[in-house]
Design a protein around this ligand. Structure first.
Ligand code: ADP
Ligand code: MG
Length: 240
């Protein structure tokens, strides 16, 4: 579904991504871990062209979306993204947050968008919050709304950038459960997280990134229990 080839990203003279090659199959759950500043967020943002790659190709469902002649917006609709800070529209109800993009892109009629939104709110356990405003919700609830909002566009892949890092500990489980359900439903997912327990349980593949490069990748068992590279071993010793 996704094939990234020799991806480089500079900010000024600072090379943040130093030639990444990654392939992601439909239905695969890929977890990315690595120290702060290693380029994980930049990788996700470059993958859906929120940042322009300095060099390299990003094939998404057969199209190189890094190609300047491609309509990025059309393809990005198929990539849902969830951020650490939930980024909900504060002046809109939960329901309106969910229906806005499907309606403004012309993807769904109002009736259809509302129907989808209600279904998705049930899926994330927030049916009773349709008419609430984001600020009246807990962080965990807001993040589940943000996930539902991304799903409302019926994406083919979901990208998560540290979705639980801004949450109080007691909220983390609810959000991870929603993500686990999505994985079980067969959603293709790329997840940057520090939740190693979740990664072990849900990931098909774990990628360890440091200093703008992929140091090592493998199954959770390979990477967590038998890391080969000293850099990986060092990182895991700090976080596990
Ligand atoms: P991570 O998510 O792994 O913590 P980031 O991708 O956020 O890492 O950052 C990697 C590096 O890129 C950092 O040195 C950061 O300062 C730099 N960086 C990220 N975004 C920008 C930007 N918009 N402009 C300049 N530098 C940036
Ligand atoms: Mg980050």
């Amino acid at each position: 579904m996704i094939e990234i080839k020799d991806l480089h990203k500079y900010f000024g003279k600072n090379e943040v991504l130093k030639g990444l090659d990654i392939q992601i199959k439909r239905g695969e759950v890929v977890v990315m871990i690595g120290p702060s500043g290693s380029g994980k967020s930049t990788f996700l943002r470059t993958m859906n062209l929120l940042e322009t790659p300095t060099k390299g190709d990003v094939y998404f469902e057969g199209t190189n979306i890094a190609d300047k002649s491609v309509d990025v917006f059309k393809h990005r609709e198929k990539m849902g993204m969830v951020f650490q800070q939930f980024n909900l529209f504060p002046n809109m109800t939960v329901l309106d947050n969910l229906t806005l993009a499907p309606m403004t892109t012309g993807k769904l009629s109002k009736e259809e968008a509302v129907e989808v939104a209600i279904e998705l709110l049930a899926k994330v356990g927030l049916s009773e919050k349709a008419d609430a405003y984001p600020q009246s919700l807990s962080g965990g609830q807001q993040q589940r709304v943000a996930i539902a909002r991304a799903l409302a566009m019926n994406p083919d892949v979901m990208l998560f950038d540290e979705p639980t890092s801004a949450l109080d500990p007691e909220m983390v489980g609810d959000v991870l459960n929603v993500m686990q359900d999505l994985a079980k439903d067969g959603m293709t997912m790329v997840i940057v997280t520090h939740e190693m327990g979740f990664a072990k349980e849900v990931a098909d593949r774990v990628i360890f990134m440091a200093d703008g490069k992929i140091v090592e990748s493998g199954t959770p068992n390979e990477l967590f229990d038998h890391p080969k590279e000293p850099r990986t071993q060092e990182f895991l010793a700090q976080v596990l």
